[in-house]
Design a protein around this ligand. Sequence first.
Ligand code: MN
Length: 418
Amino acid sequence: MKSFIETRPDSDFPIENLPYCVFALKTGGSPVCGSAIGDYIIDLSVLEEKGFFDNTPISGKKVFSRSSLNLFMSQGRDAWREVRKVLQNLLSYDNPVLRDDEMLRKITFIPMDDVKMCLPVEIGDYTDFYSSREHATNVGIMFRGKENALMPNWLHLPVAYHGRASSVVISGTNIKRPKGQTKPTSSDKPVFGPSKLLDFELEMGFFIGTGNNLGEPVNITQAEDHIFGMVIVNDWSARDIQTWEYQPLGPFLAKNFATSVSPWIVTLEALEPFRTEGPEREFEPLDYLRNHRRNSYDITLEVFIQTEGMNEPFLISRSNFKYLYWNMFQQLAHHTVNGCNLRTGDLLASGTISGPTPDSYGSMLELGWRGEKPIRLPTGEERKFLEDGDTVIMKAYCIAEDYRIGFGEVRGKVIPAG
Ligand code: MN
């Protein structure tokens, strides 16, 4: 596949990707839906207006001249596939329709430097899983000791908690250090103040395209049809608040002050060539959770940190989506098995994705082993947890022989509690 828009081999956005986003011009104007190729945003509202999607299921619905992708997401997998086909055809090297129409090209392709990325989805509900065995084991060892590291339910079901959708923010949003109640080990009473153990969590999330009716579970074999696409998620966590509050009902204020997502939703269609096997299973789960192991994706994940004293970001972890023990289809089947209804725009995140080796851990809690092994930075600085002024950047990409499918990045800077 080749486009008349040139893309560098290391570009996140070749013609094979075509992720979805919502953007606004820096010069003003309402947000609309877009895609990307090379260094350009594709204004999908223009292409829709010109009638290029008239022979697809979205015809006449004006799905792209809106400030969220929800209406498009609700149209279903056939619609997503057909729109993708039209787009790939329009962008292809051999097709003169856009290629040779300078006026149309000018209003369709917008340099990325000229736009501001927006939260692409109106998120109704946010659920966070806990699906990395390595992460659950590491945290279990630190909090409860080696013998009880993995809870007895963990290998039987994808553990999760209901998060907070209102505080999901787009990449680039500053993260204000949360204040809260903590209990220092040295004291027998709790204290109130800014979190001292602020952390990131390296995660991926997926958005629900079409939901299910209340009382009607999604069979695992159909789970894939409900997923619109994936983003990078940083599930910011205050470990000191978490330790004190989490029993018996799980995380609350330690997590719901902010969750950052990357602006590009990469579709399962684009990810299909990178489908791969997940980890070996300890034993087969119950029937409703049973699917092939080849239901994961080979997505390289990277975490960088940049303190105020550093000139460039420094890589502190490299992990992979394929390390997750529970795959997205199992997560979705489990979430709905009791009849719970998922709705268009819901965000389901993976939980911290840690790999098998210490350089692939997905949180500072693990990388610095609860402060015992501080992370050394090239400036000579050390970090046990995040300090004010630190920026965390996460990237995700899949590598093929002659192209790559990238997710862009999710970034956030920690600012003082004030
Ligand atoms: Mn999390």
